[in-house]
Design a protein around this ligand. Structure first.
Ligand code: FAD
Length: 596
């Protein structure tokens, strides 16, 4: 079994010391009650639940998987009970609107709890995760009547949600969708078509399932401009809003056998004239679905982060315990026959890389989480817009970078475990298998990079970009003459300058030839993330250097060591990425397709 304790000290450090939670979030209208005491208590409770209820089901859920029998899906043993306990404890409605029975707590808190869930049982987290997404889409785009009849059930977890986009012939290119919506009387529609790969499409955890389905109206223009969003419940919505109506014409045809997240059902869903209700405007489905997808993309980034944390903690525990060979500096524990493998530089390189990228990504993700709250609640509309811009800019970065890191961290842990990481017993190969999907779904990481380069960079004349560039520039200006910070600020300034040059180059070349932007996209996103983490680590180091005295547990010392490692051993990769970007499309595109 993997080793895991919720990293509450690091979360608190990010929230309170680094990112100023009290000034930024508790001061927002409606968040006054979410004080440190409340946040700490919720995190501790969340940690207990995840460590004690979800973690023990992770390996057994993976071994057993979901069961399919004539349209009925059963989750693995223990999942129903765990979900019931999760619901009763109020986790499903943590950040939901109190009007609909939610607790109205900040989104930041939901982010933090999501990390703990993904660290301990990513498959389990898929079910409430999809429901949150459905809640957000309905809250933003649903009619008052639909909201009143659905949101309370999603908030209290009696019902679940799904996101039905993918069809057999289209995943990335949703403009190709075939599913049809025929108008009936009384603002109802008959939905017909097949969706595949639908997470949580059918299961036994909730009384009802609300499918959010992309489909085409009869007069729809072709492509993504002709897609509308519909709510299709498994059981029709009863008159009173509380009772369930008849079974609707939607059914699960089969579930997929797959590489990882085996306890999460991945379903083929057949819609046979199923009754549905329009959500948002006709042909405005992509816009409405983006509400759900953006939240889901951040959620998937958090999945990567959560898995990386478990991989790191497990690898540290193993590296302390496993004895092989001697330290190159001479026996570290001469009384033993061999030293623990944590003495070996190569093992340490993996551990330090995992640690630096996980903690850096966490700080970045929490920063984005806080700005989500600011974007929704700040009394000053200009400040809201700023925050919204920042979240939009960072969403593809969090999704792609954190999930690439999640998979990388899982394979690094596997390397540290050696053969014991490859066999099933220790649970590490499950982390590798579970992590892989995060790079693929919710828009592959390649598509995230295109979103950053093709949409976000140029949006509003570079306004989104300035939300990130300005704070970085300000920090460098403010600290560049401080000799104690030189080992952080100088590398940050160099990498930032490369990012600025690459940005100008990509923008210019992209205007002239979109293939140039496409060829640069993935490397550009990674360079962007490395600079973002350098900024986070430079700020962290500054803070921790000032707090070193009275550092009982060595927390700040470890942060400084990790910041040093990041600057010296990871950030230089930004130079290689810069060179790759500037090499342009030619080396990629020169070969004819037939020559492959
Ligand atoms: C376990 C699992 C759960 C899932 N859950 C859901 C769900 O709940 N709801 C749902 O609707 N879908 C779900 N999906 C589907 C998932 O979102 C898609 O698989 C994913 O978006 C990619 O689509 P695709 O598989 O059709 O690949 P394709 O779109 O065929 O892409 C294949 C490759 O081509 C690349 N590519 C495609 N177009 C471009 C382009 N324009 N530029 C550059 N590269 C391009 C992609 O990056 C990818 O590498 C799930 C899938 C899995 C496996």
């Amino acid at each position: 079994m993997v080793s895991y304790k919720a990293p509450l000290d690091d979360i608190r450090f990010c929230l309170y010391d680094l990112l100023g939670y009290d000034d930024r979030v508790t001061t927002l209208p409606g968040c006054e009650e979410a004080t440190r005491d409340v946040v700490d208590a919720i995190l501790e409770e969340g940690a207990r639940f995840c460590e004690n209820e979800l973690l023990p089901l992770n390996q057994s859920g993976d071994s057993e998987g979901c069961h399919f029998d004539k349209g009925v899906v059963r989750t693995p043993k223990g999942f129903k009970e765990a979900y019931a306990a999760y619901r009763v404890a109020g986790w499903t409605g943590l950040a939901a609107d109190p009007t609909y029975g939610g607790q109205g707590l900040p989104k930041t808190l939901e982010f933090l709890v999501q990390e703990l869930i993904c660290s301990t049982n990513m498959s389990f987290g898929m079910y409430p995760g999809l429901s949150h997404g459905a809640y957000n889409a309905l809250e933003t785009w649903g009619s008052d009547d639909l909201k009143a009849r659905t949101l309370p059930h999603l908030a209290d977890g009696r019902w679940a949600g799904t996101m039905c986009l993918t069809e057999p012939h289209c995943g990335t290119d949703l403009g190709l969708i075939h599913t049809r919506a025929e108008p009936l009387e009384s603002q109802r529609y008959a939905i017909t078509g097949q969706k595949i790969f639908i997470s949580a499409g059918e299961h036994d955890l909730t009384e009802n399932i609300l499918h959010l389905v992309l489909a085409r109206l009869p007069d729809a223009p072709s492509g993504t401009r002709g897609i509308s969003l519909f709510l299709v419940p498994k059981f029709l919505l009863g008159e009173s809003g509380d009772d369930l109506g008849q079974r609707n014409g939607v059914s699960c045809g089969s579930i997929e056998e797959k590489m990882g997240i085996k306890a999460s059902s991945t379903c083929v869903m057949n819609f046979d004239g199923a009754e549905g209700y329009l959500v948002g405007e006709p042909h405005g489905g992509m816009k409405a679905m983006f509400t759900m997808m953006n939240a889901a993309r951040l959620g998937v980034g958090i999945q990567g982060l959560g898995l990386a944390e478990t991989a790191y903690q497990s690898a540290v525990a193993y590296a302390r315990e496993r004895r092989q060979g001697r330290s190159l500096a001479g026996p570290a524990e001469p009384q033993q026959k061999a030293d623990p493998i944590i003495v070996h530089p190569d093992v340490r390189k993996n551990l330090m890389t995992m640690r630096a990228l996980t903690e850096g990504s966490r700080a970045l993700a929490i920063w984005v989480g806080m700005e989500l709250d600011v974007a929704e609640r700040h009394p000053d509309m200009a400040r809201r817009q700023e925050a919204d811009d920042f979240v939009a800019l960072m969403t593809p970065v969090i999704k792609a970078f954190c999930t690439d890191h999640g998979f990388d961290a899982a394979t690094r842990a596997q390397q540290i475990y050696g053969g014991h990481g490859y066999i099933k017993e220790q649970g590490i190969e499950q982390l590798v298998r579970d992590a892989r999907i995060t790079q693929i779904y919710e828009g592959t990481n390649g598509i995230q990079a295109l979103d950053l380069v093709g949409r976000k960079l140029g949006q509003n004349m570079g306004r989104l970009l300035r939300r990130f560039f300005h704070p970085v520039h300000g920090f460098i200006e403010e600290n560049q003459t401080d000799p104690a910070l030189a080992i952080y600020v100088l590398p940050l300034a160099k990498a930032f300058s490369r990012l600025q040059q690459a940005t100008a180059w990509v923008a210019q070349q992209g205007l002239r030839d979109p293939e140039e932007a496409g060829a640069a996209a993935s490397d550009y996103l990674r360079l962007f993330a490395f600079v973002a983490l350098a900024y986070v680590w430079a700020r962290t180091a500054k803070l921790c250097l000032a707090k070193q005295e009275g550092d009982g547990g060595g927390f700040y010392r470890a942060k400084i060591n990790t910041a040093d490692f990041y600057m010296a051993r990871i950030l230089p990769e930004s130079n290689a990425l810069f060179q790759q970007i500037m090499a342009g499309k030619k080396p990629l595109m020169a070969m004819a397709a037939d020559d492959f």
